[in-house]
Design a binder for this molecule. Structure first.
Ligand SMILES: [Zn+2]
Length: 343
């Protein structure tokens, strides 16, 4: 067996009985199957997934996945090296950790005794890196360990964004979704800026939402813009408050240039936070909480990304008929509306 096969066989023998991760459907015990699941998932680049495996081998100074050489890891005296390498492999495949961090973890592990190395491997295999937030019962945090020295800071930032997004959505419900009287002041201004005339009527069957079960529908089809925005925000608000949310510290694929993206089904609702997310403001437009609202309008109401940024979003709101329909289904328009009216 080569080094990779040796490590996978070792992981099989070490993994805890049952071995079902907190994700329910993910069987972390069989890391090879989990790896192949990632490899065949259409939303992943297969080369990225293979690199995820191969950089673990590199960090441990082992031969590549396609090597035909027999591994010397099973030999007596190599117990710690085997356990540490297996842990690094699991860490890379489960957490998508970068090479620098893998190397540093390898150097840490190899200086520990065997028992705690094996405990770390088991923890990775059973739960990945998911922890419940100590502040919010509906919030889980995943992969923040891979943020290294920034772990504590980023965890606080994520928790704060979750909490503030909830505040924005609760205000939207109290001040916009529930009231029936005419809008005034800042609320009216924000609505007009990002959606246009609230009394204008649109045919909701022509609204360019993304496909999916969460896409809102109206009966009758003709509705005012205000009714459209109200229903979208109501759906987002209801779901956000009642469902578990899992925030990921993004993973290598979104380390630079991306604020956030959402993935998978909605239980829990998952949002991946990228490198640029943590540099965003706390108040005003383009906030961390606003980004969370943006992402969950995708998940819970199937909004699209037709345009980005306040200038383009405002232009959509007063543009052609088709552009106005885009404004009503554009995630950034909802983010800016909520931030401007309730921030
Ligand atoms: Zn988006």
């Amino acid at each position: 067996m080569n080094d990779l096969q040796t490590l996978l066989a070792f992981i099989q023998t070490q993994a805890p009985a049952g071995g079902i991760g907190n994700d329910g459907t993910l069987n972390y015990r069989d890391l090879d199957a989990y790896f192949n699941d990632k490899l065949t998932n259409g939303s992943n680049d297969p080369d990225d997934v293979r690199a995820m495996r191969d950089r673990a081998l590199t960090a441990c100074g082992l031969a590549g996945a396609n090597s035909v050489a027999n591994s010397n890891l099973p030999q007596p005296g190599n117990e710690k090296r085997r356990a540490a390498s297996a842990t690094i492999l699991a860490m890379s495949i489960i957490r998508d950790t970068n090479t620098t961090a893998l190397t540093s973890h390898y150097n840490r592990l190899i200086n520990m005794s065997l028992t705690p190395i094996l405990s770390e491997l088991k923890a990775l295999l059973t739960a990945g890196d998911i922890v419940k937030s100590t502040k919010h019962s509906h919030l889980e945090l995943k992969n923040f360990t891979s943020a290294g020295k920034q772990k504590t800071n980023f965890t606080h930032e994520a928790e704060y964004a979750y909490e503030r997004a909830q505040g924005l959505l609760m205000s939207a419900r109290q001040q916009f979704v529930l009231p029936t009287s005419a809008m005034s002041g800042l609320l009216a201004q924000a609505f007009t800026a990002f959606f246009g005339n609230p009394a204008a009527v649109v045919d909701t069957t022509t609204l360019p939402f993304l496909a999916g079960a969460a896409k809102p529908t109206w009966n009758p089809a003709n509705q005012t813009k205000r009714a459209v925005v109200r229903k979208v925000l109501q759906k987002v608000c209801d779901a956000y408050i009642s469902q578990d949310v899992r925030m990921y510290f993004g993973g290598r694929s979104i380390d630079t240039g991306t604020n956030a993206y959402v993935s998978g089904d909605t239980k829990p609702a998952k949002v991946h936070l990228g490198g640029t997310f943590f540099g965003k403001a706390k108040t005003g437009l383009n906030t961390k909480a606003g980004i969370v609202v943006h992402e969950f309008t995708h998940t819970f109401a199937r909004t699209d990304d037709h345009a980005y940024g306040p200038t383009q979003c405002k232009a959509l709101a007063v543009g052609t008929a088709a552009e106005q329909l885009k404004a009503l289904t554009n995630a950034d328009n909802y983010q800016y509306f909520v931030e401007a009216a309730f921030g």
